[in-house]
Design a protein around this ligand. Structure first.
Ligand SMILES: NC(=O)c1ccc[n+]([C@@H]2O[C@H](COP(=O)([O-])OP(=O)(O)OC[C@H]3O[C@@H](n4cnc5c(N)ncnc54)[C@H](O)[C@@H]3O)[C@@H](O)[C@H]2O)c1
Length: 276
């Protein structure tokens, strides 16, 4: 894949799944990588893979919710490589629970990681991306940033927020004539550890929920997802939908308007395991 040679790319949540696959595909394309994660074991595994490919790599433990640390990290990456071209704000977590039974702390945790983590990464790196003369912000939302489903109010809120934030940023960069492209990514079901790492409201069986995701919803490999994302980045797409599920559901929502909610509620109730 051309267009990435010599670029400095930052990937958060690079210790697993889509983030790891993105880092590997970027390395194969000749990019220099700054990778981070809270999971240091997963991060070390990714670092090994990148070194084996021969890519220059800087690996750091970083919690995307820690704003000050994120800003210090951005300066460190700039000093280390001399420039920063791309940030993939990818780190994320999942949580299942109806609003009625979800605790505030659960909703806040999802917003902290999935929304504020993206805001922190974008703001920390934006000055460096502008300075590079050739920058790109890639923020990972979800199909759940395009429509809502029961049990995902917290995740839906965070992923809709990522979409709103990122789409505004793209327009701002155009108006300000800053040399920074901006892309929102909406994956469908990708075979990663996200559901195994997820939590659920009390009374729900997190393991059964993970089984439903792994067996019925996740169909695409993280590697394929990474290739689709990088193709979208190369083409400066505003929106990247990943997978036929994402494309079909997006079309259905646009055709049915708010009526999708009745359809999806019925469908979800048949997919979901009963409470414990
Ligand atoms: N897998 C899917 O089907 C799917 C679908 C839509 C969107 N997404 C989004 O894709 C992104 C990547 O998810 P994935 O599927 O690869 O999941 P994953 O669980 O395999 O990887 C997520 C990584 O983020 C890291 N992480 C979690 N909290 C963090 C924090 N506070 N700071 C830093 N790192 C943190 C985890 O340790 C993990 O390594 C997420 O934003 C997710 O919401 C995934």
């Amino acid at each position: 894949m051309d267009g990435f040679a010599g670029k400095v790319a930052v990937v958060t949540g690079a210790g697993s799944g889509i983030g790891q696959a993105l880092a590997i595909e970027l390395a194969r394309s000749g990019a220099k990588l700054a990778i981070s994660d809270v999971d240091t074991e997963g991060l070390a595994a990714t670092e090994e893979r990148l070194k084996a490919i021969g890519a220059p790599v800087k690996a750091d433990r970083l919690n995307v919710t820690e704003r000050e640390a994120f800003h210090l990290y951005a300066d460190e990456v700039k000093n280390h490589f001399g420039k920063v071209n791309q940030i993939y704000n990818n780190a994320g977590i999942a949580f299942t629970g109806d609003v009625e039974i979800s605790q505030y702390k659960d909703i806040e945790r999802v917003m902290d990681v999935d929304f504020w983590g993206v805001v922190n990464g974008t703001k920390a790196f934006l000055p460096h991306l502008i300075e590079s003369g050739d920058g790109h912000v890639i923020n990972v939302s979800s199909v759940f940033g395009l429509f809502s489903v029961p049990g995902q109010a917290a995740y839906n809120a965070a992923k809709f927020a990522v979409r709103g934030f990122t789409e505004a940023l793209r327009q701002e960069m155009i108006l300000a004539q800053h040399p920074v492209k901006v892309t929102t990514v909406h994956p469908g079901g990708i075979k990663t550890a996200i559901a195994r790492n997820a939590t659920a409201a009390e009374g729900l069986d997190a393991e059964q929920l993970a089984n439903v995701f792994d067996k019925k919803l996740a169909s695409m490999s993280p590697r394929r997802a990474a290739v689709v994302i990088l193709d979208g980045v190369r083409k400066n797409k505003a929106r990247v939908l990943i997978g036929n599920d994402a494309k079909v559901l997006d079309a259905l929502v646009r055709i049915t308007g708010p009526h999708y909610q009745r359809l999806f509620a019925a469908f979800t109730s048949r997919m979901m395991p009963p409470p414990k």
